[in-house]
Design a protein around this ligand. Structure first.
Ligand code: PRP
Length: 206
């Protein structure tokens, strides 16, 4: 399943992120804010259980989350997506996966992975602003499935149709939550019109 956000705030903020004149400080604020909105949409089916609390007026039967959430940012660019989600789910565990794309082959190269031997969370949100060829997302989901993760969702900002197809083909059970699906990939594997390199634009590099 592919969920492309229809939310006006997502579209508004994403357009600001695309703007070549948006500087890293503003870009970091925007990625945090857009991710909060996407997270709201991506977490709408989390399981809850009954919880009774005492209010100043009596007793209320409410609900609390019954699943432990793991955030898996793909380094580097996924890092900026963690903080928005943490503001809403401060108990979420964060497990970093380091991958970069080989510039020639566009294949993901793994350089960091410190997952514990068995899963500690029930729901994994893979965070990466860009779903280009899909190679990085597929490799990350492969790693998480080998780890034993049961429910995995991908949350990103921009996707190329090629990346959506590849991730969906490799892992049809992983829902894809995305702010916008763009036109295509160019010949060096960048999303067009896109927003450039999401890592460089956050960290002021490049
Ligand atoms: C970018 C981006 C994704 C990946 C997407 O990372 O942040 O992780 O490429 O491409 P794919 O779908 O074709 O795999 P990059 O390799 O530039 O590393 P960085 O985040 O450290 O800049």
């Amino acid at each position: 399943m592919v969920f492309e956000s229809k939310h006006p705030l997502v579209k508004h903020k994403l357009t600001l992120m695309r703007d070549v004149d948006t500087k890293p400080k503003k870009f970091r604020e925007l990625i945090r804010e857009v991710t909060m909105l996407l997270c709201y949409e991506a977490t709408s089916d989390l399981l809850t259980r009954e919880k009774t609390v005492t209010t100043p007026m009596g007793t209320a039967v409410g609900r609390e989350l019954s699943e432990q959430i793991g955030l898996i940012p793909i380094l580097r660019a996924g890092l900026g997506m963690v903080h928005g989600i943490w503001e809403m789910m401060p108990g979420a565990e964060v497990w970093h996966i380091g991958l970069y794309r080989d510039e020639e082959t566009l294949m993901p190269v793994s350089y960091y992975n410190k997952l514990p031997t068995s899963p500690t969370v029930q729901v994994c949100l893979v965070l990466d602003p860009m779903l280009a060829t899909g190679g990085s997302a597929i490799a990350t989901v492969d790693i998480l499935k080998n780890w034993g993760a049961q429910r995995i969702k991908f949350v990103g900002l921009l996707a190329a149709p090629e990346g959506i197809r590849a991730l969906h083909t490799a892992h049809p059970d992983v829902p894809i939550h995305i702010a916008q699906i763009d036109a295509h990939l160019n010949d060096i594997g960048f999303i067009v019109p896109g927003l450039g390199d999401a890592g460089d634009r956050q960290f002021g590099t490049g």
